[in-house]
Design a binder for this molecule. Structure first.
Ligand code: ADP
Ligand code: GLC
Length: 484
């Protein structure tokens, strides 16, 4: 089975969030199952620099760019997997991140950038530039690749496509003028096509034209068919409900495993966490400049500081939470208003609160290993990976019952503790009151060492392997190819 796997980020090449974790690991897991996966990524500077050995396989003259786009090809060692790099310096050779400039503003030409990327993916899918290889299926991820299914639908004899929704909130909607700039055929500009409230929507293009759609957890799959979580697409998704499914993300346990993690202070596993995890806590407290107190519960948070992640709920809860004996460590980058409120809070609670506004793998791992609890009060969460990492690190998650958080973390009750199915602390209402009540429940449990150890042991032995999820993707690919 030949799969062209198109995405805008993938570890270890380029990462802004969980999308990269998935698009880095899933191809490897598929390849281990014997699937011939070829990954295609935009040629950001970091990728071009990582692969000086990449060879040019073809050049494409495409709309919207002055120079031909060259397709670079390289085999990377894990897998091994073929990577195609879409090298267009005009579109991708810039500082900043894939979507925003150094001041945090969207690149003004994002429609053209990812329009071009989608055109190249479509060409590759049709065999241009890869005469010896023709995809059986194209797997697209999020709005950046949404135009691919639409462009494929305009061709005869094109391979079918699967569109995976990682986050429906980011839709790639642009003014109508971009539709003209992209020189797309008029037939696509209809309410049944890619027009969305008089804008062009890349997400909608994927949702309408892909042969099948999936998202990254079962619960989010059901949620997005409702007005509360559908972000305007609930009607369309309900119409396509027979083509829609959920496959929960897996975890790359080569990267996220406290027994082998090179970024943490002292390795530990489910057999020796009582002895070795405390050193990670001491290291973390020192790293972030909080008092080195082994007895105080430490709550960690790593994530984008945006409304989705419920950072506003956590900020509103601070006055109450900070009356407790605890330490809170937050690592994230996001909206300026949240940075400002956290800086203000830090001035008041400097002995209990640490905030780090940076993107740092080292700190993310240190927080997972050194904290006792990990908080994720998301307002919505398609899957969420950080809480699954924290399970593995015996860092008990405190989460809101939404999306993938509800599928991966199970609330601690007496019955669940006895059944060994309790893996965290879960609350329903997106309110500071609910959050505070649940943190207090976790703190009370923390004071009972034998209960806490039992909980840690259960969480550390939960496995969310990519192998299981990759098999489901393989099955889905087969069904799509057969039904074409
Ligand atoms: P999302 O994709 O919505 O941001 P996920 O939980 O799926 O949320 O994935 C987030 C990923 O990004 C995790 O691997 C997490 O460790 C990482 N991450 C988020 N913010 C930071 C940060 N400031 N520094 C390092 N890693 C981060
Ligand atoms: C998105 C979602 C997150 C999910 C990730 C990977 O960024 O916000 O919940 O885990 O994609 O699928």
């Amino acid at each position: 089975m030949k799969v062209l796997f198109a995405c805008s980020e993938a570890t270890p090449f380029i990462k802004t969030g969980g999308l990269a974790d998935v698009c880095g690991s899933l191809p490897i897991a598929l390849s281990k199952l014997g699937v011939d996966v070829r990954l295609v990524l935009p040629g950001y500077p970091s990728i071009i620099e990582q692969f000086p050995e990449a060879v040019e396989t073809s050049k494409l003259d495409l709309l919207g760019v002055d120079d031909p786009v060259s397709i670079l090809k390289v085999i990377y060692h894990q897998g091994p997997i073929t990577l195609y790099i879409v090298n267009s310096p005009q579109m991708f050779d810039r500082q900043g991140n894939p979507y925003i400039d150094e001041s945090g503003n969207d690149w003004p030409d994002n429609a053209l950038r990812f329009g071009l990327f989608s055109r190249v993916v479509t060409c590759l899918a049709l065999g241009f530039g890869t005469p010896d290889w023709r995809a059986d299926i194209v797997h697209c991820h999020d709005w950046q690749t949404g135009l691919v299914p639409a462009l494929l639908s305009l061709q005869t004899d094109s391979p079918p496509s699967l569109f995976t929704i990682h986050n429906l909130a980011y839709q790639g909607n642009f003014p109508k003028s971009e539709f003209a700039a992209l020189e797309l055929p008029e037939q696509l500009w209809t309410p049944d096509g890619i027009e969305f409230y008089d804008k062009i929507s890349f997400m909608k293009a994927g949702l309408v034209f892909a042969n099948k759609i999936n998202t990254v957890s079962n619960n989010y799959c059901a949620e997005i068919c409702t007005a509360e979580y559908g972000f305007g697409f609930e009607g369309l998704l309900r119409k396509r409900v027979n083509d829609l499914s959920g496959i929960v993300n897996g975890v790359d346990y080569d990267t996220w495993n406290p027994a082998t993690d090179k970024l943490i202070s002292k390795p530990y596993s489910e057999t020796n966490f009582s002895i070795n995890k405390p050193e990670n806590k001491r290291f973390l407290q020192q790293l972030v400049g909080l008092p080195e107190d082994p007895g105080l519960p430490v709550i960690g948070m790593v994530g984008r500081l945006v409304i989705q992640k419920g950072i506003d709920l956590l900020i509103e809860s601070l006055p109450e939470l900070m009356t407790q004996n605890l330490q809170l460590i937050i690592l994230g980058v996001g909206e300026k208003r949240f940075h400002e409120s956290l800086l203000e809070a830090k001035k008041i609670y400097h002995n209990k609160l640490a905030v780090l506004f940076e993107y740092s793998e080292k700190h993310a791992h240190a927080i997972q290993a050194g904290s006792d609890m990990f908080i994720m009060p998301s307002r919505f969460e398609p899957c969420g990976l950080s809480q699954i990492y924290s399970l593995r690190y015996g860092t008990i998650p405190i989460v809101r019952k939404t999306g993938g958080l509800a599928d991966t973390v199970f609330n601690t009750t007496e019955k669940r503790l006895n059944d060994k199915t309790a893996t965290g602390f879960v609350f329903k209402q997106p309110t500071p009151e609910s959050l505070i009540k649940t943190v207090n429940r976790a703190l009370a449990a923390y004071k009972q060492p034998s209960l806490w150890k039992k909980l840690m042991h259960t969480t550390m032995t939960q496995i969310f392997s990519w192998e299981t999820s990759a098999k489901k993707y393989r099955q889905l690919y087969s069904a799509i190819i057969e039904n074409k």
